[in-house]
Design a protein around this ligand. Structure first.
Ligand code: F6P
Length: 525
């Protein structure tokens, strides 16, 4: 359990940050800061495993950073981090540990620094490696099975976004001859469109669901099985596999090929578990191990780097600075890479399902803002859509650029233009432009972070994702939130099951007038 610590807004550091913001934070000017400090780029940038981060175009100076680090100490960030790595049940509302980091821990390495529950962790690590080995052996078997040309992942949320994002990101490493499809929506048009391209004898369905109860996934899985059998398919053991913590439910469904994981893996943190099987099939066992290795390197960095040089800590604290002191309501993610086109969707779940909460871990209402809205599209596309607002709108939106230095599969001249654009956008946001006419005036001083990967590889993608997981942990820890539950998605699920019946029966009794009116209009008969 989390130690009862002083709430962030009651710490001396919070008061000092408020005073600093009032005194000069509000009027801080990036251009002046660069002019005043020729070392600003070096002072506010750093290397971290597999990537480089430039934080210098953010609205901070040395004093702000010092106070933010004090805030982290006064809120007990290190203790909370160590509790996670020690396998303590930091997901208090579900009485569970949050040990996704263990999934990328090499079998030999010592799992936790803190003394608590080492035996528990060692046991989990052994079980986890047994499953990982079995899953990777299966992935290799599927890769060598020339008849299996189409792999269909059926899952939603964390059982879809992570593997989908990663399979697209690492397409360059994908075994040719394997098509990997992702079906998540309960809208039957999505599954129907995929099924229309398939032959049962060439298809492997992966039913990905932590709980094996999610309506969308169960409905799609049922329809896929029905289609398979209607097409004359019989060998369910060969053509269906389940990736789940609920192996019994998968067996009841009729699936005997299963790869498990555990309740200490949250859905949005499950890409590293059996849920990563589509990625393992795409890039192979060694590629998947490299992916885990990149994330593990970032885990080590988060666990051991001094806070001032700890990238997840610095990013998470910046998030707090912008959300609670500047009052910025959103953050835009701009990966300048078509391969990373699903990264924004993936990060939306990570940030907003983890920290989109108005109460602390004890259920007490928080008097300050928490998770920002996270949104974005790949560059340069976003430039021709909403960057207008980022440059000249009334809201300031911190932008997080992701750029990749070397790409293998681009065409002559393209990558240089892509990189020129990402640099130019960050520069324009900061520098702005004076114009007397008004419409052509850019205020500038708009903050951005720049994450630079040497190349997009399994290892660097693993590190990038683990970085994002930990930065969300950091802001959640400062706010005192339980970042590992998601009660907010339950109410809609319960109401949908009631309304599903009512759509059949037409019974609107007890419904509010709007829902009743819409129900009537949606009645088919
Ligand atoms: O409804 C939200 C959620 O529980 C997510 O947290 C999760 O990733 C998703 O649904 C899918 O859940 P499952 O993997 O159990 O099907």
């Amino acid at each position: 359990m989390r130690e009862a610590l002083i709430r962030c807004d009651r710490t001396p550091a919070w008061a000092a940050l408020r005073a600093l913001y009032a005194a000069n934070g509000r009027t801080f000017d990036l251009r002046e800061a660069f002019a005043a400090n020729p070392r600003r780029f070096t002072d506010f940038s750093q290397d971290a495993p597999h990537l480089f981060a430039d934080l210098s175009k953010n609205l901070i100076d040395a004093q702000t950073q010092t106070l933010l680090l004090k805030l982290a100490l006064q809120c007990g960030l290190e203790g909370h981090r160590d509790a996670m790595f020690a396998g303590e049940k930091i997901n208090s509302t579900e009485n569970r540990a949050a040990m996704h980091f263990l999934l990328r821990n090499p079998a030999s390495a010592h799992a936790g620094r803190a003394p608590a529950a080492p035996e528990n962790i060692a046991n989990e690590l052994a079980r986890m490696h047994e499953t990982l080995n079995a899953m990777l052996a299966y992935a290799e078997q599927v890769r060598q099975d020339a008849a299996m040309t189409d792999i269909v992942n059926i899952g939603i949320g964390g059982s879809d976004l992570g593997p989908q994002m990663a399979v697209l990101a690492l397409d360059e490493f994908r075994l040719s001859g394997k098509r990997i499809h992702f079906v998540s929506n309960i809208d039957g048009q999505e599954l129907a469109a995929v099924l229309a391209q398939l032959k049962p004898q060439n298809t492997l369905f992966l039913i990905a669901s932590k709980t094996f109860t999610t309506t969308e996934t169960m409905t799609n899985a049922g329809s896929a099985k029905h289609w398979f059998e209607a097409q004359g398919g019989t060998d369910i053991a060969r053509h269906f596999a389940a990736l789940t913590t609920n192996v019994a439910a998968a067996n009841d469904f009729g699936i005997s090929t299963t790869f498990g994981f555990w309740d200490w893996v949250g859905g949005r943190y499950s890409l590293w578990s059996a849920i990563g099987l589509p990625l393992a099939i795409a890039i192979g066992a060694q590629g998947f191990r490299d992916f885990l290795g990149g994330a593990h390197a970032m885990d080590d960095h988060f666990r051991s780097a001094p806070l001032a040089q700890n990238l997840p800590v610095r990013l998470g604290l910046l998030d707090v600075w912008y959300r609670n002191f500047h009052g910025f309501t959103s953050r835009s993610i701009a990966p300048y890479s078509s391969a990373l086109r699903r990264l924004p969707a993936y990060l939306q779940q990570l940030e907003m399902e983890s920290n989109g909460k108005r109460v602390d871990a004890d259920g007490q209402v928080l008097p300050f803002a928490t998770a920002p809205v996270l949104w974005g599209e790949p560059g340069t596309n976003g430039q021709h859509a909403y960057f207008q607002m980022l440059h000249q709108g009334t809201e300031v939106v911190p932008v997080e650029f992701v750029a990749i230095k070397r790409v293998a599969r681009s065409l002559p001249g393209h990558h240089n233009k892509l990189l020129a654009n990402v640099l130019a956008q960050a520069q324009a946001l900061m520098q702005g432009k004076d114009d007397v006419g008004g419409h052509k005036h850019f205020t500038g001083n708009r903050p951005s972070t720049f994450l630079l990967l040497e190349a997009l590889t399994p290892a660097s993608l693993g590190a990038l994702i683990a970085l994002q997981e930990h930065r969300v942990f950091v802001s959640g820890a400062i706010w005192g939130i339980n970042s590992f539950d998601q009660w907010g998605v339950e109410l809609g699920k319960v109401l949908a099951s009631d309304i599903e019946q009512r759509l059949q029966s037409g019974d609107a009794v007890g419904l509010d007038a709007s829902t009743a009116g819409l129900l009537q209009r949606l009645q088919l008969s």
